[in-house]
Design a protein around this ligand. Structure first.
Ligand code: NAG
Ligand code: NAG
Ligand code: NAG
Ligand code: NAG
Length: 510
């Protein structure tokens, strides 16, 4: 068949149109982030924003800070690629020349116009930095020892750790975020082809925002990420009730960080990663079986009330401290109101925050991780920036009917928990150990509140040791509840350092 002149022209045009975009990166038309109502909005883009440093006056360029640190749990899709370094010389050279330009900063993520097709971040464990020959002390012993060495202190059951994480084999993690699996897979394939045999894959976690109206909600059904703190000097629109925390609590070497850090590490952050399975049918059954008995509520409302009192929020995100009896979805969806509470109620005559848990139990998850006015004022030493994403499919009919999570690993679901801070000792590790797992926190109560019912367990106890909590029944705060199932199982994790982008082609590459 003879090709017409026109079809040849057309073919050439199509061919060159396909060939050209190799250099010209396609622009995004829609965001790779979700914007669920109720979560704090992303900070307004301010390309010239600088964060003051602990030592110099000229500030830190936020274009040098890796983007995931400030973005929160709002990616459509996010994958975590855990790797080992096999050939340090090749890896270092490729890191500086080819990987560094792919790494996404904060400002790029804040606007659709500047978002890449797939956002890339990279972080290293201590053994990873060792492999690269980096001997500088970053000033964090927990990081130096790795998370597996910390697992018992964190209350983990060691036998639940998957072998990939049980040790110090993981040298680093590449975080990839986009709105489609294809984009993520393409970007990862391209990174793997750049790095070749200089790395090996150790583990991979593919996370995704839950479908439909569950976007932004974790698998138990609760809107997650509302309590994200604002960063002083960076977040422009602070929400009512939002904690305002010095940048030095999250970013090394910035204002408020008292530890001496190597220059190249300034603007970096320690990342606590945890692979947390959620047993959703088991949680749903437990909540159903312990429905409360508020006379003004239906059975279903009493069931939801019990769940809300374990978490401290209704599934919509509405805090029980402001909506103690019934969910208020409008409140949940309003970021100007859904964090605007303190656990104190000065307007209620005679209300005593130290003893009255009618509105919110001392044991509620949200109160355990952020005690607000329980300390008399917002404490500012133990905050972290939560990031991460849910993983795994929705609950199947079979699991729901049997009240049991499937043992099929492909049906496992949970949270790829990711939290950033400048001190693991004061941040993630402290909150987990001193508050979440501490049955006597908040201190000085007539009846100990018990551990955090969602993620707490007393360190050193045998698996499935019943966990006792109090305060959950608003009609009788002395009533104890025995949680005979652990709803969240940690399967491993690691402590990483997320360096400033300049270090990827500087210190870490040289
Ligand atoms: C936040 O709470 C305070 C104290 O209850 C109240 O005066 C203020 O109006 C609330 N702000 C919003 C936006 O609801
Ligand atoms: C505890 O707080 C609730 C709700 O704010 C209030 O109705 C109740 O009177 C308080 N109880 C005491 C003993 O003060
Ligand atoms: C699942 O739990 C519910 C609530 O306790 C119960 O009514 C139902 O019988 C349970 N189903 C099975 C198969 O055990
Ligand atoms: C409240 O709970 C405690 C502990 O279970 C129990 O001893 C007490 O009788 C209960 N009080 C009421 C009024 O039901």
């Amino acid at each position: 068949m003879k090709l017409s002149f026109l079809s040849v022209i057309l073919a050439l045009t199509v061919y060159s149109a396909l060939a050209v975009p190799k250099q010209v990166k396609p622009r995004r038309t829609s965001s790779l982030l979700i914007h669920p109502a109720g979560l704090p909005p992303l900070p307004r883009p301010q390309l010239s924003a600088r964060i003051s440093t602990a030592s110099a006056d000229d500030g830190l360029d936020v274009n040098d800070i890796q983007g995931d640190i400030l973005i929160g749990m709002t990616k459509v899709k996010q994958s975590f690629f855990f790797f080992g370094i096999e050939d340090a010389a090749t890896f270092k050279s490729k890191l500086g020349s080819d990987i560094q330009p792919l790494v996404t900063n904060i400002n790029q993520l804040l606007s659709v116009d500047t978002q890449p097709v797939t956002a890339v971040n990279i972080a290293f464990s201590k053994t990873g930095l060792d492999a690269l020959g980096i001997t500088d002390d970053l000033g964090e012993t927990l990081f130096n020892n790795g998370q597996f060495a910390d697992a018992t202190a964190l209350g983990d059951v060691i036998s639940n750790w998957i072998p990939d994480f049980a040790g110090t084999r993981v040298h680093g993690v590449i975080l990839l975020a986009s709105d489609t699996d294809d984009n993520i897979n393409d970007q990862l394939a391209s990174i793997q082809s750049i790095l070749g045999d200089s790395i090996s894959e150790i583990h991979r976690v593919d996370g995704a925002t839950r479908p439909g109206d569950q976007a932004g909600h974790e698998h138990f059904g609760f809107l997650d990420g509302i309590g994200q703190p604002a960063v002083e000097g960076f977040t422009q629109d602070v929400l009512p009730g939002q904690a305002v925390i010095a940048p030095g609590e999250f970013l090394l070497g910035t204002s408020g960080d008292a530890t001496v850090r190597p220059d190249w590490a300034v603007g970096g952050s320690f990342l606590a990663f945890r692979l947390m399975q959620q047993k959703v049918p088991e949680f749903a059954k437990f909540v159903l079986d312990h429905a409360l008995n508020e006379p003004s509520l239906s059975e279903e409302e009493n069931t939801d009330l019990f769940g809300a009192r374990l978490v401290g929020r209704w599934k919509s995100g509405a805090p029980i401290d402001l909506a103690p009896l019934r969910d208020d979805p409008e409140l949940g969806a309003d970021p100007n109101r859904n964090s605007n509470f303190t656990f104190d109620h000065p307007d209620v005559p005679g209300f005593a925050i130290a003893t009255n848990q009618t509105d919110c139990p001392f044991s509620a998850h949200l109160r355990k991780v952020r005690p607000r006015l329980d300390f008399g004022k917002e404490e500012t030493a133990h905050h972290m920036l939560r990031s991460g994403i849910t993983f795994g499919p929705e609950v199947t009919d079979e699991e729901r009917a049997s009240n049991k999570s499937s043992t099929d690993p492909s049906l496992e679901r949970g949270i790829a928990f990711t939290a950033y801070q400048s001190s693991l000792t004061n941040g993630f590790h402290f909150v987990q150990m001193a508050w979440v797992n501490n049955a006597n926190f908040f201190f000085g109560k007539a009846i100990p509140p018990g551990v955090d019912p969602i993620i707490g367990r007393v360190a050193g106890t045998a698996p499935e040791t019943p966990r006792i909590i109090s305060g959950t029944n608003p009609l009788n705060s002395s009533e104890l509840f025995s949680l005979d199932t652990e709803f969240v199982i940690n399967h491993g994790g690691e402590y990483f350092f997320t360096p400033p982008i300049s270090a990827l082609s500087g210190k870490l590459a040289n």
